[in-house]
Design a protein around this ligand. Structure first.
Ligand code: PGA
Length: 254
């Protein structure tokens, strides 16, 4: 039995209206496992956060998908870390590949957001991952090492331990192409080794590292059966409450 508590995080992206979001929460709220066994998180659009936090049960947790790193300012359309925090959200996705590719996020802004998250006592779910061409040219390890080095710059060991890393190969997101469990596990082992190089063995042994990219009800078990995969960050398939419960149940049995 792994001593790391597994995490199942849904990334709703830009899906669900208010009513759809509430229907989901009511469907899963009382059914997710207790928090000491599985951390069940829904990362929702910012406009829904407060509403969902008010309805969340004892074991479901709410996260945001993005925030600005500045304290406040003239950034039309953005949300500040304090706004996310005071919405009641507890988690924040940082550096999702869609943010990196469509909204010009860089490793440097990811690092600024990591610092902002800890300043406002939000738990970061830090997303890293390689492009297909990088995997094919055998540069996955170098790409991930560099993403991790920059993301964790100036972050303490205690903060690193509290971070959740999501390894999401960009070529597997929303494409139906999942990394094989062995491939995902091997890459996550490399990520853990990098965390060890940066922070030592205790942090590397304790930090949760998730896999994300076309996780479905029919592949969650084989992924979670791997030694180093501590949970999943799930987009499309986790929009359905029944699927979400399949994922949290699978994590319960890890
Ligand atoms: P997917 O998305 O599960 O739809 O591939 C994963 C993600 O973007 O986090």
């Amino acid at each position: 039995m792994s001593k790391r508590i597994p995490v199942i995080a849904a990334n709703w992206k830009m899906y669900k209206t208010k009513d759809e979001a509430l229907a989901f929460i009511f469907a899963v709220n009382e059914k997710v496992p207790t928090r000491d066994k599985v951390e069940s998180v829904v990362c929702a659009p910012a406009i829904l956060l407060n509403l969902l936090v008010k309805r969340e049960g004892d074991n479901l947790r709410i996260g945001a998908q993005n925030m600005h790193y500045a304290e406040e300012g003239a950034f039309t359309g953005e949300n500040s870390p304090a706004q996310v925090k005071t919405s009641g959200a507890e988690y924040i996705l940082i550096g999702h590949s869609e943010r990196r590719s469509y909204f010009n996020e860089t490793d440097e802004t990811v690092n600024l957001k990591m610092h902002a998250a800890f300043k406002h006592e939000l738990t970061p779910i830090l997303c890293v991952g390689e492009q297909l061409a990088e995997r094919e040219s055998n540069s996955t390890k170098a790409v991930l090492d560099s993403q991790l080095e920059i993301a964790f710059k100036g972050i303490s060991a205690e903060q690193a331990l509290a971070t959740i890393i999501a390894y999401e190969p960009v070529w597997a997101i929303g494409t139906g192409k999942t990394a094989t469990p062995t491939m995902a596990n091997d890459t996550i082992k490399d990520i853990r080794a990098k965390v060890e190089a940066l922070y030592g063995k205790a942090v590397a042994d304790g930090i949760r590292i998730l896999y994300g990219g076309s996780v479905k009800p029919d592949n969650i078990k084989v992924l979670l059966a791997e030694s180093d995969i501590d949970g999943a960050l799930i987009g499309g398939a986790a929009l359905d409450p029944n699927n979400f419960l399949v994922f949290t149940d699978a994590a319960l049995n890890k």
